[in-house]
Design a protein around this ligand. Structure first.
Ligand SMILES: C[S@@+](CC[C@H](N)C(=O)[O-])C[C@H]1O[C@@H](n2cnc3c(N)ncnc32)[C@H](O)[C@@H]1O
Length: 282
């Protein structure tokens, strides 16, 4: 079998399984299984693929056909300009979450300042590490309830050359944190509990429940975090939260009720209101 035939077979299998992006996913999986670059994938279409290599590639395609996400199969995922390893306790980072990174960077007047950041529910560490990669003198603390997520995030800091400026610890939101920060970020779990059963299998079966379930109305973690913002932030400090579809105004009201102002709601690339940013008064 040559690469062209293998590719066609993989795409057809993913299409038949109802995968949204069969061509893209087949390419990622075949490149990974056969150690091909993107260029190889196009220029070596006629190359013969040994049977055992083809079998290995098709085994990955079968996992995807069973609705395991590509990132879980590969074990890592790109986010912003960094690459993050995943583990069973870390949410697979989503492109929508880059809205939070953009929202924070857009509100920082001096990127060289020695800012102190904290990221609640850090997961892979994606938000904190992406921000540290853009803020050369900043330091950050990532907090997560899951020890395995904390371990994964620390590994991701090493993987991206940011370990000297990033710390990670287990914790229940801001309990026990007495320091003050210039920037508080979080992408907390925000799916209403009753909606979890309706999520796509990629999410429901492969992302950790603890990373998804935001309580009866999806807003429980925001209520807890908002209540601590005033004591966590320095005067003039920034807070930025990722929010689920339809939650932006409620989350904005929660942070404003704690005395924050300059509230802004920012949209993701799909036009969905995805981030609420606010500032503590000077
Ligand atoms: C939606 S995920 C976000 C992960 C990562 N920040 C991202 O954007 O991909 C929410 C994270 O919050 C963590 N979490 C849930 N409850 C928590 C709590 N009480 N305290 C701290 N972290 C919590 C979960 O373990 C999960 O890693």
């Amino acid at each position: 079998m040559n690469l062209r035939t293998l590719r066609a077979q993989a795409e057809a299998r993913l299409r038949e399984a109802g995968v949204d992006t069969p061509e893209l996913d087949a390419r990622y999986l075949l490149e990974h299984a056969l150690t091909l670059t993107r260029t190889d994938f196009v220029t070596k279409a006629e190359q013969t693929i040994p049977d055992d290599d083809a079998a290995r590639a098709l085994a990955l395609v079968e996992r995807r056909a069973a609705r395991e996400p590509v990132g879980r199969i590969l074990g890592h995922r790109e986010f912003w300009t960094i690459d993050l390893a995943l583990n069973p306790d870390t949410l697979e980072p989503r492109p929508d979450t880059e809205t939070v990174v953009e929202a924070v960077l857009a509100a920082i007047p001096d990127r060289k300042a020695p800012l102190r950041l904290i990221d609640f529910g850090t997961g892979t560490g994606c938000i904190l590490l992406a921000l540290l990669s853009e803020l050369p003198n900043a330091t950050g603390l990532g907090v997560d309830l899951s020890p395995l997520a904390v371990e994964g995030a620390a590994g991701n800091a090493e993987r991206n050359g940011l370990a000297d400026r990033a710390r990670f610890q287990t914790g229940d939101w801001a309990k026990g944190i007495g320091d003050r920060f210039d920037i508080v970020v979080s992408n907390p779990p925000y799916i209403p509990s009753a909606d979890i059963a309706t999520l796509e299998p990629e999410v429901r079966q492969h992302d950790p429940l603890r990373a998804l379930d935001g309580g009866p109305d999806g807003l429980e973690p925001y209520r807890i975090l908002a209540a601590d913002l005033s004591r966590l932030l320095v005067p003039g400090g920034l807070a930025a939260f990722e929010v689920g579809q339809g939650q932006a105004e409620d989350v904005a009201a929660l942070v404003e009720a704690q005395g924050l102002g300059e509230t802004a709601i920012l949209c993701d690339l799909g036009g969905v209101k995805r981030c609420v940013r606010a500032r503590k008064a000077q």
